[in-house]
Design a protein around this ligand. Structure first.
Ligand code: ZN
Length: 76
């Protein structure tokens, strides 16, 4: 495993929202996702949203627009 200056964030589902609310996936650092999945701690997404990781992102799931914006800005 190589360490880069900026970890490539992975997407993870915000499962704290109501059932009828649209479910977004947030960008969260990969090592935090693993940590949260094991210990149940809350992760902080790029947009500042905090939630415990319960599921990983499915292809085609909507990504949090705020996270996407920040992530695209970070890539430059
Ligand atoms: Zn987000």
């Amino acid at each position: 495993m190589s360490t880069k200056t900026l970890e490539r964030p992975d997407v993870t589902e915000d499962d704290t929202t109501d059932d009828d609310a649209p479910k977004f996936f947030h960008y969260v650092r990969k090592e935090k996702i693993t940590e949260s999945a094991v210990t149940g701690t809350f992760v902080v997404a790029l947009c500042g949203e905090t939630f415990p990781v319960t599921k990983s992102a499915k292809p085609g799931s909507p990504v949090c627009p705020e996270c996407k914006k920040i992530y695209n800005r970070m890539k430059k």
